[in-house]
Design a protein around this ligand. Structure first.
Ligand SMILES: [Fe+2]
Length: 486
């Protein structure tokens, strides 16, 4: 009995011991799980030509104390990982006591035919603490080269721990991004468009979709309209496809013409008028009927008179010897805060063959003067404000930035979103729109040749911001081919 009881007591005790030890194991396992961090790693390959890789890829993450994870293989069995534009997800565990992943080291081999790899970013989710760590890479990863990137990858060169990596990358960029002057006297442009700058597949697809839609719209317009003889004919072209713009009802009003000078596409020309220029044939009595009881001098003193002088358009060589005005226009800010045009002179030299047009002229005469002014303004806007000083001038800035600032530089980070597809758009634009016989030649008075002449003139015209900052040509005056004053 005793023996039996003892045996059963022993058995009970051993069961208790066994249970306790199992609980201990579970507790220890749970504790282990709490310190062993579960990491979810998202790896995004860039959406650009030959960006995807068949190579084997590895990653090590480091925390604030420089403790490393084991080497994590970023390839799944029987999966075609790291294809162009794809994000692949991997699970990994860090060891006990691993802090926050703040540094990533990655590399690849040269396995497979297509082993090039453009790595866009790595995002690490720390499931235990619900935190996310972003490693923006934006780089081509060369075979067998170890890359080390800090979280957010943003630091000045003097603070960079990996100076050599930075130098090597810049050397490569200087080979890819080279300057060339395509337009005589124009700003520098890219010698050859680097593959990295080409449109992504998504963007190309968007262009194709837009093009298809526009072609369809154009066909519809052709079917539903004939040659435009009047404003009513023009209205028809909006009816079925584009939607009627509200300004069709008031496009010819003076208030709208004034608003265009500050809210339109080219609000960079208007200036406060402190005196009427000598070559502008405006006399006080001509404009005073439009000044709400003020004399011209009073209106100037009250800072209510504004002027636009398109003198820069003088002597520009237009296509087929078409005539482009170089107008002056005067505006009055009325008590309703509306900018009203009060005088337009279409050419620079005052004289009997160059009248000053006024709002009191017959409506069609005044409207025609405003239309000629607007055409001159559009020529300046498309040539200088838009193409020259936005697209082309920025092209040089893009090249210079890539050649001199690492992808890790804080300024590069700020500028990069503004550079997206800029070189590709310029290259395409110059081919399609500004080529000889292209869109500019077909539709604009100034034409391609005049446009480039005007851009060059604009860059050297006066001591502008551009000539001082970008070209350092402040003392160089523009030499007009036909010896006009500017
Ligand atoms: Fe543009």
């Amino acid at each position: 009995m005793f023996a039996i009881r003892q045996s059963s007591q022993m058995s009970f005790r051993s069961k208790v011991v066994e249970t306790l030890s199992a609980m201990g194991r579970i507790w220890s396992h749970l504790r282990h799980d709490q310190t062993d961090r579960e990491l979810v790693i998202h790896v995004t390959t860039g959406d650009r030509k030959r960006a995807g890789t068949d190579a084997n890829v590895w990653l090590i993450l480091y925390d604030e104390k420089d403790q490393a994870t084991d080497t994590i293989k970023l390839n799944r069995t029987l999966k075609n990982d790291h294809e162009r534009g794809d994000t692949c997800t991997f699970l990994a565990c860090s060891g006990n006591g691993f802090g926050h992943p703040i540094k990533a080291e990655f590399w690849r081999d040269s396995f497979g035919l297509g082993h090039n790899w453009f790595l866009e970013r790595i995002i690490v989710e720390d499931k235990t603490h619900g935190s996310e760590h972003i490693f923006p890479v934006h780089r081509w990863v060369r075979a067998e080269r170890h890359y080390i990137i800090y979280e957010y990858d943003c630091c000045l060169p003097q603070e960079d721990e990996f100076q050599e990596q930075r130098r090597t990358e810049l050397k490569e960029y200087r080979r890819l991004y080279q300057y060339e002057q395509h337009v005589e006297n124009g700003p520098v442009q890219i010698k050859e468009l680097p593959e990295d700058e080409q449109f992504t597949e998504d963007y190309k697809w968007d262009i194709v979709k837009c093009k298809g839609r526009f072609l369809l719209d154009t066909k519809l317009i052709r079917w539903t309209t004939d040659k435009w003889e009047s404003i009513c004919d023009l209205k028809k072209c909006y009816k079925y496809s584009l939607g009627e713009p509200a300004c069709l009802e008031y496009w010819n009003e003076d208030r709208w013409f004034g608003l265009q000078r500050v809210q339109g596409v080219n609000p960079v020309l208007i200036r406060l008028c402190t005196e009427i220029p000598e070559n502008f044939g405006v006399a006080a009595e001509m404009v005073e009927p439009f000044l709400e009881g003020l004399t011209l001098d009073e209106a100037i003193q009250n800072k209510k008179i504004f002027i636009i002088d398109l003198e820069i358009l003088q002597c520009i060589n237009c296509k087929d010897d078409r005539l482009l005005c170089a107008p002056l226009a005067l505006f009055f800010l009325n008590k309703h805060k509306e900018l009203m045009p009060i005088a337009i002179q279409l050419f620079q030299e005052k004289g009997p063959d160059n009248p000053v047009f006024l709002p009191s002229d017959p409506p069609s005469t005044w409207l025609t003067a405003k239309m000629y002014y607007s055409n001159a303004d559009a020529s300046f806007h498309q040539s200088c404000t838009h193409l020259g000083f936005t697209h082309l001038l920025m092209e040089g800035v893009v090249i210079c930035t890539h050649r001199n600032l690492s992808n890790s530089h804080p300024l590069f980070k700020l500028l990069a979103p503004h550079f997206l597809f800029l070189l590709a758009i310029n290259t395409r634009g110059l081919e399609k729109l500004i080529s000889p016989g292209g869109w500019v030649d077909k539709t604009m008075t100034i034409g391609r040749k005049g446009m480039f002449e005007l851009i060059a003139k604009g860059l050297f015209y006066d001591k502008t911001f551009f000539s001082i900052v970008f070209l350092q040509h402040e003392s160089v005056a523009y030499e007009c081919p036909r010896n006009c004053t500017k």
